[in-house]
Every structure is written in structure tokens, then in C-alpha cells.
Design a protein around this ligand. Structure first.
Ligand code: CTP
Ligand code: CA
Length: 225
């Protein structure tokens, strides 16, 4: 047994991880986003580098410094994240989609700042592309890890996402729980695989969870081989 720091079980593997929130512009001064801090994805990127992987980190804007040794790609919108990921997909062995991608964006992006008027405003939103589902549809040799942020029916929703998006693994977290989800340094997750049992982890640091996720990826790929 080796400590995570000296384990090299991802040597030579190409791993792409997405992290953080996307930003969907309304006009030159406004955007829609969400509470994702990027901490979980950055922890995965850092852990993967330590285990010997070649890591690409595709990230929305965060307050975090990219871990040493990663190829860092910063994006804003869901569409930019999609383009950055798809362009590198063929050469990847493992893709981990921990980013909180906007599901909707404003249908019209105004070139000039919107001026307020009297009364309420109704804004039309359109769906963004589901990046993980696209990766699943185009999957060749890659091992695909998705996340599921849920506030209820965690297992059912997580397994449904794994099926629909053809992911090999889903890491689910109940974002309504204290000590889990957005912004905090710890998380409480359950790891689901296609044929394996659910692996429920206790509250842990995001760094430790990152290593447990990578342990599960290594184990699942060994089983497949
Ligand atoms: N995801 C993605 N592209 C999107 C939306 C989500 O790649 N446009 C990915 C996320 O990065 C995550 C997984 O899909 O790995 C699940 O995201 P989540 O928001 O939990 O689920 P959704 O499928 O978007 O469904 P809902 O938000 O309605 O629960
Ligand atoms: Ca979503």
C-alpha cells in the first residue's frame, strides 16, 4: 500500500476534468450563474496530477489557483465549455464532469445594456447543450464520470442520469445537506457505477473524496479490462 502522494496508478493516463460554474450572458454587464466554487473539480485535477495523469482542467471563473502541472483552459459559457471539451475528447482516457453547467441561457443576448422599464420583466431562456450527454453519445474508449447535484431522490436521480447520459460512473451529492456541495471544503457523496454497488462515503474533505473517486475509476476500469 502506498500513500496517495506516491501512488502512480494513473501514470500516462490522459484525464480531463471540468470544474466550476458557467456564466450565461444577458447583456454586457449581466450574467446567470450558480453557486459552484470549483473546489471539487480542482481537487480532482490536483489528485490526478499527483497520481501521474496528464490533466486538462477546463474551468469556469473561480477564486482558485489552478493546481501545478495541469493544462488549464478557462471558459465562461456552457457552449465554450462544450467546445473546449469536445476538441480534446478523442485523445482522453478519462473525463470527469464536475462542473455545474447552466441548463438554460437567455435566448437573446443584448448587445447594449438593458434599461429598466416600469413593471416586471419576463425573459425567455433556452436550453444549453448537455455536455455529458454529448460525451456519452460519442463515447469510444473513454471512461466517463458525471456528477449529480440533487436535493431529493438522490439514488433514483443519479442512476437515471448515468443511464440517460451513458456515463460509467456518477458521483452524487445531496446539495441540501450541511457539509456537502457548494462552496464548502467537505462533501458527502455516493459513488454509483453501472454494475457495481453504491459506495456511500462519509463526510470527507474534497481532497480525500477526489482520491476516492479516482480509486473507484481505477477499480472500475480494471474490471472492464
Ligand atoms: N451537465 C453537462 N451539461 C449540462 C448540464 C449538466 O455536462 N448542460 C453535466 C454536469 O456536469 C454533471 C451532470 O451533467 O456531471 C449532471 O448535472 P446535473 O445538473 O446534476 O443534472 P442535469 O442532467 O442537468 O439535470 P437537473 O439539473 O435537472 O437535475
Ligand atoms: Ca443541471
Amino acid at each position: 500500500y502506498f500513500a496517495a502522494e506516491t501512488r502512480c496508478d494513473l501514470a500516462g493516463q490522459k484525464l480531463l476534468v471540468t470544474a466550476g460554474a458557467t456564466r450565461e450572458s444577458v447583456d454586457p454587464v449581466r450574467f446567470f450563474t450558480n453557486h459552484s466554487s470549483g473546489k471539487m473539480g480542482y481537487a480532482i485535477a490536483e489528485a490526478a496530477v499527483k497520481r501521474g495523469a496528464d490533466v486538462v482542467l477546463v474551468s469556469g471563473r473561480t477564486n482558485l489557483n489552478p493546481p501545478a502541472g495541469v493544462e488549464f483552459v478557462q471558459i465562461d459559457s456552457a457552449e465554450e465549455m462544450y467546445q473546449a471539451v469536445i476538441a480534446r475528447y478523442d485523445e482522453m482516457d478519462i473525463v470527469v464532469k464536475s462542473a455545474a453547467v447552466a441548463d438554460y441561457r437567455p435566448k437573446v443576448v443584448h448587445t447594449n445594456k438593458m434599461k429598466k422599464k416600469s413593471g416586471d420583466l419576463v425573459m425567455e431562456l433556452e436550453r444549453t447543450r448537455d455536455i455529458l450527454a454529448e460525451l456519452g453519445a460519442r463515447k469510444m474508449h473513454q471512461f466517463l464520470v458525471g456528477f449529480a447535484a440533487e436535493t431529493e431522490n438522490v439514488e433514483e436521480n443519479a442512476r437515471g442520469k448515468m443511464e440517460r447520459k451513458r456515463a460509467d460512473m456518477i458521483v452524487a451529492n445531496n446539495v441540501a445537506e450541511a457539509g456537502a456541495g457548494f462552496g464548502v471544503d467537505t462533501n458527502i457523496v455516493t459513488i454509483y457505477t453501472r454494475d457495481g454497488e453504491a459506495q456511500q462515503l462519509p463526510q470527507m474533505s474534497k481532497a480525500d473524496i477526489a482520491d476516492r473517486i479516482l480509486d473507484a475509476v481505477v477499480a472500475a476500469r480494471k474490471q472492464e479490462a
